[in-house]
Design a protein. Structure first.
Lengths: 169, 169
């Protein structure tokens, strides 16, 4: 991919299509009944790092891995598509360890003074401590009244330096 | 992976680690300055389907691809990590085409009568028409005051039946 990468999607995609095989017959519900929640970080490829094949698992990703934001997706995953396991995967060297919400709000207000009011309504959810965040997110999901009680919920750290995952909870 | 898949993450991951090479030196900001927004659907592997390598692009995923929910991630991606291109990728055969928010709320209220009040506050954001949703999401991002004006924003449909992507906008 080069700048304006979308122009290159076509080339990479035609290669993928030529090796697509019988994946067109995969069912909508995840075969492994699992959903994963991870950060959007560019260095993480959950499918490659964890051995997730097409059709296996829901993959939910947002900046910092914000579990409350992921909740709508988790409920849909469990209630409509039958998943019963959730893997929460934070990672080392997260950009979110480096700023606070007021810092980012101030930066945005300088760039977009006319949108100051909207900027103040956005909580960016950085986090100060990595393993604590994993435990907090697992706890949040285990205690949430709309997450199925029998779910197996685990928490992990992915090391961007080595590619290793380590189970925390 | 079998049931209780997390037990198998270790095995798949050790294979990945053994082929990790020099990826530990990748920079935090995405090398291709692009963020992608896609559904959590288990059948989609954005890295494989679009040729996204580790380090290239932010990957944001949630149920149905809800662009308003993705906005916090997009702002962080652009303001803190320098991305300037956004690819919005909806897909065929989406589970979200099959229900309405009141239907899912009713199902949940039967299962969790004591959480009825919380259930009524959740909007699940299904969508009725695929290509329209792509156009709406691209328009939403192009018009949003906190999305950088010079961003290149494109909209796509991924066909789960064939593995093909088609550009809509």
């Amino acid at each position: 991919m080069s700048t304006e990468n979308y122009k290159n999607f076509a080339g990479s995609n035609s290669q993928y299509v030529s090796q697509f095989g019988d994946k067109g017959a995969l069912a909508l519900p995840p075969a492994k009944k699992v959903s994963t929640i991870t950060c959007m970080d560019a260095r993480i490829d959950p499918a490659a790092a964890l051995g997730i094949e097409e059709g296996d698992a829901h993959v939910i990703r947002n900046a910092v891995l914000h579990s409350k934001e992921a909740l709508r997706s988790v409920i849909i995953s469990q209630q409509l598509l039958g998943t019963r396991e959730i893997a929460v995967i934070h990672h080392s060297d997260c950009g979110m360890l480096t700023f606070t919400t007021p810092q980012l709000q101030d930066k945005l207000k300088v760039a977009y003074p006319s949108a100051a009011k909207e900027i103040e309504t956005i909580e960016f959810h950085p986090f100060p401590q990595l393993e604590e965040s994993v435990k907090d997110d697992v706890q949040f999901l285990r205690n949430h009244p709309l997450v199925i009680k029998e779910s197996v919920i685990t928490g992990w750290v992915y090391e961007v330096e080595t590619g290793k995952v380590k189970q925390i909870v």
